[in-house]
Design a protein around this ligand. Structure first.
Ligand code: DC
Length: 231
């Protein structure tokens, strides 16, 4: 008997470990994993590289005129050594650059733009058309895959999220302060949850996991059991 290949949406606040959870589910069930945030980050990097944004006061209409999404090709390629997918922007691996604090500081501005969201959502729906996919983001269960068989809403206290992110960036050699990260997360939570276009909201049929006090293994186990119930 072959098990059915379901669609799994993992939404939630910034830096609460959505991608860690989504990747673990994908590995465990041999599903495809897509990090939808990486797509918004890649568009942001393109905008920075092309001098389209350098300040938070950037006007939406300037981006609407100057940001030509037809010039942007985003794809994911599996990296055998790292055992994970890397994000490519116009043929270049940008996996590290899209995680920088500079991109993090501007990404919510880009993710607010309706024309950017429409294009990303269409690409994401195409990637998930055959099921057997875990996608993480902010609007996956509400907009991208409203019929997903399983929707998980992951969250954790903001100070705990900031501490985890701080340690991760310091380990990579980034020069950041805890306060900078905390400010970035608080701002992103606010923008993501209050924007007009597909704000981050908990889908009514989502299962909430608050991982503030869980280890990764504990959170994964809860999620695997949720998936199994759907198969
Ligand atoms: O998951 P992340 O932190 O890498 O996402 C980066 C930003 O992109 C985040 O601030 C909100 C936005 N985003 C979004 O609006 N919709 C998604 N589906 C994924 C991310």
């Amino acid at each position: 008997m072959t098990l059915k290949k379901i669609t799994i949406a993992v939404d939630g606040h910034s830096s609460c470990g959505k991608s860690t959870l989504a990747k673990a589910i994908a590995t465990h069930f041999a599903y495809k994993y897509i990090d939808s945030g990486a797509m918004y980050r890649a568009v942001t990097l393109y905008a920075i590289q092309n001098q389209l944004i350098d300040s938070k006061d950037i006007k939406k209409d300037i981006l609407e005129n100057d940001l030509n999404l037809n010039k942007i090709i985003i794809d994911f390629k599996y990296n055998e050594t790292k055992k994970k997918s890397d994000t490519y922007l116009n043929g270049h691996c940008v996996e590290n650059e899209i995680r920088s604090i500079e991109v993090s500081n501007f990404v919510s501005l880009i993710a607010e733009l309706k024309f950017v969201r429409q294009k990303m959502v269409a690409l994401q729906q195409g990637m998930g058309k055959d099921g057997g996919i875990v996608m993480d983001g902010r609007d996956i269960g509400t907009v991208v895959f409203p019929n997903a068989e399983l929707k998980i809403f992951l969250t954790a206290q903001v100070e705990i999220r900031a501490e985890r992110r701080f340690k991760e960036l310091i380990a990579k050699g980034d020069q950041v302060s805890f306060q900078e990260i905390l400010n970035n997360l608080t701002t992103r939570d606010r923008i993501d949850s209050t924007r007009e276009e597909s704000p981050l909201i908990q889908s009514k049929d989502a299962v909430v996991i608050d991982n503030s006090r869980y280890t990764i293994e504990e959170q994964n186990l809860i999620a695997f059991q949720l998936v199994e119930k759907c198969l």
